[in-house]
Design a protein around this ligand. Structure first.
Ligand code: C5P
Length: 411
């Protein structure tokens, strides 16, 4: 779905990068159009980074207009949303004037238009603003919110911009069929984060996994309509909205939670960095330092991924292979040994993989592979979920696929 996101000059513009993220997580292409005053609140550099597209703001920018004119942009949009929408931009749209790029697009588009007003509660309550709201609604423009609560000015009342996720959800429902979901009605179970294997009541063995990849995959699968159960080790990433998160600590707990959730799952993605070994016994009291050296006997943890893959009616099973060397070779070995449908290989170690916002990965299946250039974990997750969905339908239910594009073996 193509979304023109207009940003006008209110303090709530600081939430715009988050809104862009939410829209992109759901699969939207986002073209940002800023008004001159919006640039006082949020930088075009930040917005370009999150949207992945140059920002448009000037109606008279010859170069940008030559690439895609304001009329083409207005036609390209499946939805035009302005968030935050100030009292001023509402008034400009009501007047029918087109003094800048954003209002020109509003006049020139046939796509649904939504405004998420954000302003001081007295400005929102002002008779002029309310009259403008009424006119806009009569013309079929959707007014999202505003919410009621504490405001940047220190006062309380109606005028807060709705939260980015609520705006993104509204934009997708306005976009109708354009946001068609690949995994509607499918259940996806995902493991994420590290595990903690207790040594005594205060110490444990863990690893450097941040959970960012698994959480991004969970959001991307949910954005494609899946019911997602995210089984998460201890992480500091916030729980994605609309996703059932099962918090666990140890590999054994992750194993139990996975096998409870997996029963009716269609797809299992093991993105967690599960401990391979745990202390053979957990010492009841804090271990005291006595001798110069000590050793801890370790025993193998259950391999959750392999145990799911070998189930009689296993879901489509995807593993991750985090390696510091021979990445592809080791990953292909795991794909075959653990009898997986797909594995995602990625390099970890200094400057790669763990606890970062970006990742470089190659997905491998039995007779093909596809490499993804370094990109954010959010973008990578979206592409991976599409690839997983394509293979899932190809392997499991060729007759019920919603919009399967050809699977290409590329690298
Ligand atoms: O064999 P290795 O640990 O390198 O395989 C990595 C893959 O296996 C990852 O997908 C990880 O989530 C999964 N795994 C697991 N249970 C374990 C160890 C790894 O599910 N005990």
């Amino acid at each position: 779905m193509n979304v023109v996101l207009g940003i006008s000059g209110g303090i709530a513009a600081y939430k715009a990068p988050d809104l862009v993220r939410r829209l992109r997580e759901r699969g939207a292409n986002v073209q940002i159009v800023m008004t001159a005053s919006a640039e006082e609140f949020v930088t075009s550099t930040a917005l370009q980074a999150v949207s992945g597209k140059p920002i448009r703001s000037n109606l008279w920018d010859k170069e940008a207009e030559a690439a895609m004119s304001h009329i083409e942009l207005a036609r390209w949009a499946d939805v035009v949303v302005i968030a935050p929408a100030t009292a001023e931009v509402m008034a400009r749209i009501v007047s029918g004037g087109a003094p800048d790029l954003l209002t020109t697009i509003c006049l020139a588009t046939e796509a649904p238009i939504a405004l998420a007003p954000a302003m001081n509660h007295v400005m929102w309550g002002n008779a002029a603003t309310q009259a403008n709201r009424e006119v806009l609604e009569k013309r079929g423009i959707h007014i999202l919110g505003p919410g009621i609560g504490s405001q940047a000015c220190g006062e309380t009342g109606a005028g807060r911009m709705l939260e980015p996720d609520a705006i993104a959800a509204a934009v997708f429902s306005l976009g109708g069929g354009k946001g068609e979901s690949l995994l509607d009605g499918r259940k996806v179970v995902i493991t994420a984060g590290p595990t903690r294997e207790a040594i005594d009541p205060v110490r444990y063995i863990t690893n450097r996994s941040s959970g960012k990849m698994g959480y991004a995959l969970a959001s991307a699968a949910a954005a494609q309509g899946a019911k997602v159960v995210l089984i998460s080790g201890p992480v500091s990433v916030p729980a994605p909205p609309g996703i059932e998160v099962v918090d666990v600590e140890s590999a054994e707990q992750m194993y139990e939670a996975t096998h409870t959730a997996i029963v009716d799952a269609d797809i299992f993605i093991a993105a967690a960095a599960v401990a391979d070994y745990r202390p053979a016994t957990v010492v009841k009291q804090k271990i005291k330092k006595k001798s110069d050296a000590m050793s801890i006997e370790l025993v193998r943890c259950p391999d959750i991924l392999a145990s799911v893959a070998e189930m009689e009616s296993s879901p489509f099973t995807v593993g991750f292979a985090a390696e510091t060397e021979n990445v592809i070779e080791y990953a292909r070995g795991k794909l075959e040994n653990k009898k997986l449908d797909m594995i995602v290989a990625n390099r970890v170690g200094d400057n790669f993989g763990f606890d970062r916002d970006d990742n470089t990965a190659t997905a491998l299946w039995h007779d093909g592979q596809k490499s993804f250039p370094t990109c954010s974990k959010i973008d990578l997750s979206r592409e991976l979920i599409e690839l997983v969905a394509q293979h899932f339908y190809a392997v499991r239910s060729a007759d019920t696929q919603p919009r399967l594009t050809a699977i290409s073996n590329s690298d």
